[in-house]
Design a protein around this ligand. Structure first.
Ligand SMILES: [Fe+2]
Length: 183
C-alpha cells in the first residue's frame, strides 16, 4: 500500500512528513483535519464509519432512482422481453434500497430519503434505446463505486452484501445491454 506514496520520487513521503512533524511525537497534530485530508485512504485501509454511511446513502439515492426509472421503463417497454428484464431489474434495485437502508441504520446513520437526479435525466429522454444507454451508464457507475469501496470495508456483512450488489449489477448490465439495438 505504501507504494502509492513513492510516486513523488521520495523514499516515503508520508512517513518522512510524519517524522519531521514535531507534533507527532507531542501526542497529536496541530491541525488534524488538514493532515488527514492529505492522507491517501488507501494508506489508512479502512474508511471511517461516517464515510461509509455517506457512500451507502449515495448508493441508496442512486438505487432509488434506478428502481423508479426501470419501473417506468418497464411500463413503456416495446417488447415483452424488455418489460420482463426491466421489471426484474427494478426488483433488484428496490431490494438494494432496502439492503442499503438497513446497513445505514445499523451503522448509526439515517437513510437518505432522496432520489438521485439520475431519474430525471433518464426520464427526460424519450427514446427507449437512449434511456437504456443512460441506465447502463448509471449502473456501471454503481459497479465502479462499489469496486472502489470494497477494499476499504472491514465490515463483513456489508462487504458481502455489496459484493452481491456488484455481481447483480454486472449481470443486469449484460441483460439490459442485450435489449439495446445491436445488443
Ligand atoms: Fe442500480
Amino acid at each position: 500500500m505504501a507504494k502509492k506514496l513513492t510516486d513523488s520520487g521520495t523514499s516515503d513521503r508520508r512517513i518522512a512528513d510524519a517524522d519531521e512533524d514535531s507534533n507527532v511525537t507531542d501526542g497529536g497534530f496541530s491541525s488534524p483535519p488538514c493532515f488527514m485530508h492529505e492522507v491517501d485512504p488507501a494508506w489508512l485501509g479502512r474508511w471511517p464509519v461516517a464515510e461509509v454511511i455517506d457512500l451507502l446513502n449515495v448508493l441508496l439515492e442512486a438505487e432509488r432512482a434506478g428502481a423508479k426509472v426501470t419501473r417506468a421503463m418497464a411500463g413503456d417497454a416495446t417488447s415483452p422481453e424488455a418489460r420482463e428484464a426491466l421489471t426484474d431489474i427494478a426488483g433488484d434495485e428496490a431490494r438494494f434500497c432496502a439492503m442499503l437502508s438497513r446497513h445505514v441504520e445499523r451503522l448509526g446513520g439515517t437513510p437518505s430519503p432522496k432520489t438521485g437526479a439520475f431519474r430525471e435525466k433518464v426520464m427526460a429522454l424519450e427514446d427507449e434505446a437512449a434511456r437504456l444507454a443512460l441506465l447502463d451508464k448509471g449502473q456501471a457507475w454503481v459497479v465502479r463505486k462499489i469496486a472502489e469501496a470494497l477494499p476499504h470495508l472491514s465490515d463483513d456483512a456489508l462487504h458481502a452484501d455489496l459484493v452481491d450488489m456488484l455481481d447483480v449489477h454486472e449481470r443486469n448490465l449484460v441483460r439490459s445491454g442485450a435489449l439495446r439495438p445491436g445488443g
